[in-house]
Design a protein around this ligand. Structure first.
Ligand SMILES: [Zn+2]
Length: 339
């Protein structure tokens, strides 16, 4: 089968990989219908994380082709969505809603779903079958649920977005944009998108943003305060993962407010005294996408939300290298790979 391998930073190739097989009785094999390139795949691409001939990809939707003896909740032929962490969905951590930290969690990125087939560990806990075979136009949205929608949704929940709340969103990548959509669905009154790109501002407005702030850093914080009677937002979504974005999120939050942080942290350090006097709640980490999958799949199936709009470039798997390049150069927000 064909699959993406990152040889080294900036060096992405599509080549023949071994066809996956059932290794554990709890495994399933899926034929991947669509995969995509994640903002987090850019960290190794840019040399910010080590990479050496790694299989790539952790977002996926597809059709089950084979199941292990112990798999009960999905069957061959089901169309399924899973998250970027395999999880048993039964341990105490999973039951509390934190499946990405399951005691048996396995990172799908090490398996690499930018490929024709993929082995899914802990299939019963990881995969959620759709109500039937989806229409082709639903596939991008279902794929978005696998990571960026689920992550944006968790960020909005962690930030306690809801009725009467003003929500500010730091980061206008796919996760930030879908955090806006989530905040709207959760009933937020006002949603401030922090973005300086016209095309992303337009999508932010379509997803529910009521205000746009183009300033960043301290100026961005000041603008949020001006828009909130000097107090700051009730809820702030942090969807970048840098020192600047994290401080922008913390400082834009009013005392007693909540930050939902889902940008993978790179070289962020927090000043204890500033955090102490901020009086805010910090809640985040790798999103437990599995918690939200049944609800998100239903919203997509009923065509109540259209998160697939974040994909602004679609390429065949064979052209994955061009997809990485386009995202690295910010010519594309999110690249869908067709199979
Ligand atoms: Zn678990």
């Amino acid at each position: 089968m064909r699959g993406v391998i990152m040889y080294a930073p900036g060096d992405v190739r599509v080549e023949d990989r071994e066809h996956p097989t059932i290794l554990e009785p709890t495994d399933a094999i899926i034929r991947v219908s669509a995969s995509c390139i994640c903002g987090s795949d850019l960290w190794p691409y840019r040399g910010a994380e080590p990479v050496d001939h790694n299989p790539m990809g952790h977002e996926y939707v597809g059709v089950v082709t084979e199941i292990g003896h112990d798999v009960e909740t999905v069957k061959v032929g089901d169309f399924v969505v899973g998250s970027f962490f395999a999880s048993d969905n039964t341990c105490e951590i999973c039951q509390a809603g934190y499946q990405s930290r399951c005691v048996h969690a396995e990172l799908m990125g090490t398996i690499g779903t930018q490929a024709e087939f993929a082995r899914i560990p802990l299939a019963d806990g990881t995969l959620v079958a759709t109500p039937g075979q989806p229409d082709a136009d639903l596939i991008p949205s279902l794929l978005a649920a696998s990571d960026v929608l689920g992550t944006g949704w968790f960020a909005a929940v962690a930030a306690e977005a809801g009725p009467g709340k003003t929500v500010a969103v730091v980061g206008d990548g796919a996760v930030g944009l879908l955090g806006i959509l989530a905040a709207r669905e959760l009933g937020a009154e006002r949603i401030i998108a922090m973005s300086r790109h016209a095309d992303r501002q337009a999508l932010a407005r379509e997803f529910g943003a009521t205000d746009i702030v183009e300033e960043r850093g301290e100026e961005g914080v000041e603008r949020i305060k001006e828009l909130t009677d000097g107090m700051g937002a009730h809820s702030v979504i942090e969807a970048v993962g840098t020192q600047e974005s994290m401080m922008q999120a913390i400082r834009a939050t009013r005392p007693g407010g909540h930050v939902g942080y889902v940008g993978v942290s790179h070289d962020v350090s927090l000043d204890g005294l500033e955090l102490f006097f901020s009086g805010i709640h910090l809640h985040g980490g790798p999103a437990p996408v599995r918690r939200f999958l049944p609800e998100l799949i239903q919203l997509i199936w009923d065509r109540k939300i259209d998160p697939g709009q974040v994909f602004d470039l679609t390429l065949p798997l064979e052209d994955a290298a061009e997809g990485y390049k386009a995202m690295d150069e910010r010519r594309a927000t999110k690249v869908l790979l067709t199979l």
